[in-house]
Structures are given as C-alpha cells and as structure tokens.
Design a binder for this molecule. Structure first.
Ligand code: ZN
Length: 134
C-alpha cells in the first residue's frame, strides 16, 4: 500500500519531526507486523531518523551540515542551492522502519525527520507499507 504525506516547510533549512503523522498513517493502514519504507522524492530535501526528544540534537545536525557544505561556498552548480543538494546526499532520501503490533518500532528517543535544505516549500514523503500477514 502506497500513501503520501504533504509537508509544508517553514524555513530554508529545517528538520521537521513527522513521526506522529507517520504513526497515524501506519495505524490507519491497520498493519500488524510489517515494514514501512519511506522515500522523499526531492533533490534538496531528505529524511533521517535520530533523537527527537532534545531539539538541540536536530539543531546540532543542521549546524554540522552547514559547516560541511556552507550555503556560500564555491560550487559548480549555479542555481544557488548546491549546498542543499550536498546536504540531501549526506542524509539520504529513504528510511526503513519495522512495524510491530501495529506501531512503528522506533527506539524511545528516535523520531523521523523530514530534512528541508532549500525551503520553504511544499514537500512530499511517500510511505510504502508492507504487511507481513498478507
Ligand atoms: Zn539545484
């Protein structure tokens, strides 16, 4: 089953916790045991799983990526968003989460973040739900 989320981002670079929206989609799908495959169909936005309890972690990740690929750098891609492409390449475009007893089997401190690197924009996240029982 394929479904998708629309996420409106608010700034140029932002990690948005979408865990609850994804959990809701999983519960609506009524899957007992299975796998959720997440895919972000963009070249300047990605996805990652990390701590969502302390918001400083997301900020530290953004700060680190900004050091790695500063917005004002010397790049060959001249659209003005070369750094956004590089940051997206680093975090990746997909994630996989097991579903156990109808819920995402995330660790206590784990959350799923849409990573915006060239916003604000309207973004999509594809959710492919695979049910072991079917
Ligand atoms: Zn570009």
């Amino acid at each position: 089953m394929l479904t998708q989320l629309e996420v409106a981002t608010k700034s140029r670079a932002q990690l948005i916790d979408i865990s609850e929206r994804i959990e809701q989609a999983v519960q609506e799908a009524k899957i007992g045991e299975g796998v959720l495959y997440l895919f972000v169909p963009h070249t300047t936005a990605g996805i990652l799983i990390n701590e969502n309890y302390d918001p400083s972690v997301a900020q530290d990740i953004l700060d680190f990526l900004e050091k790695l690929a500063p917005r004002q750098g010397k790049y060959k891609h001249t659209e003005g968003n070369a750094d956004s492409h590089i940051k997206t390449a680093v975090v990746g475009s997909s994630a996989i989460v097991p579903i156990q007893k109808g819920k995402l089997a995330l660790g206590t401190w784990q959350g799923i973040f849409l990573c915006e690197f060239d916003g604000p924009r309207q973004r999509k996240v594809f959710l492919q739900l695979m049910d072991e029982g079917r």
